[in-house]
Design a protein. Structure first.
Length: 252
């Protein structure tokens, strides 16, 4: 989605959590091009500032807010930092830890629960409170194809993304009457800072490509375009959906 929204969206802001990451920064830029102001949230100030500069170069306003998304008070502060109407909220923060389940550490499991599930719950709850008090809005979580399937060595990650999908569907039903839509985008593997080390293992890359009918790794920009649609007015009838942007992985 590259065209700008109508001028009545000039005071509408979208909060992007995890905005310093590959998918998060791509979402911020896609939404800036669509005419929204951005609240860029994450832990890394320097990287957030760099994304903010790119958002500003697109002619959009960027507000930078560092926050630990596992802390309810910091989440609330991030949500209230939007200077205009909070129209959208994109949860693109998260992490992954891999390894055989029999030797998987409790600490890594707890980290995935905290970063992938708890932070989504806290952020969407805080954002919905503000949206419901105004005119509704759009919530979009970045899930994964792993939220619909299993994969060796990723039991904890798959569990966390299955949970995100369940949360999205439940919140969509709960908040539909208040004008808040809740959806998720479930991408395939895309080239990011997080996945780059994985692709250096040729056997893993070959296995991933074998499972993708399109035969290629996705890009963060392709995922961001789907997010931008779900935030747009054109997606007014879409809620409770897990939109696969997975190159066909879950189609077979």
């Amino acid at each position: 989605m590259t065209t700008r929204q109508a001028s009545d969206g000039a005071d509408r802001f979208v909060l992007v959590a995890g905005a310093a990451g590959g998918i998060g920064s791509a979402c911020a830029l896609a939404l800036a091009r669509a005419g929204f102001g951005l609240v860029l949230v994450g832990r890394r100030q320097e990287q957030l500032d760099a994304v903010g500069d790119r958002v500003n170069a697109e002619g959009a306003r960027a507000v930078i807010k560092t926050a630990d998304l596992s802390d309810p008070e910091q989440v609330e502060a991030a949500v209230t930092s939007a200077p205009g109407t909070l129209w959208g909220c994109v949860h693109a923060a998260g992490t992954n830890r891999t390894g055989p389940t029999l030797s998987f550490s409790d600490q890594d499991f707890d980290l995935l629960v905290q970063m992938n599930i708890r932070s989504t719950f806290l952020l969407f709850r805080a954002a919905a409170r503000r949206m419901i008090s105004t005119a509704g809005g759009r919530l979009v979580a970045i899930s994964s194809q792993m939220g619909s399937v299993g994969y060796p060595g990723r039991a904890a990650y798959c569990a966390s993304k299955h949970a995100v999908n369940g949360l999205v569907r439940a919140l969509a039903v709960e908040w539909a009457g208040a004008g808040v839509t809740v959806n998720a985008v479930a991408p395939t593997f895309v080239e990011t800072e997080l996945t780059a080390p994985m692709f250096k293992e040729q056997s893993f890359l070959d296995d991933v490509l074998r499972r993708l009918p399109l035969g290629r790794i996705g890009t963060a920009e392709e995922v961001a375009d789907v997010v931008a649609f779900l935030v747009s007015p054109q997606a007014s009838l879409v809620t409770g959906s897990i939109v696969a942007a997975d190159g066909g992985w879950t189609a077979w």
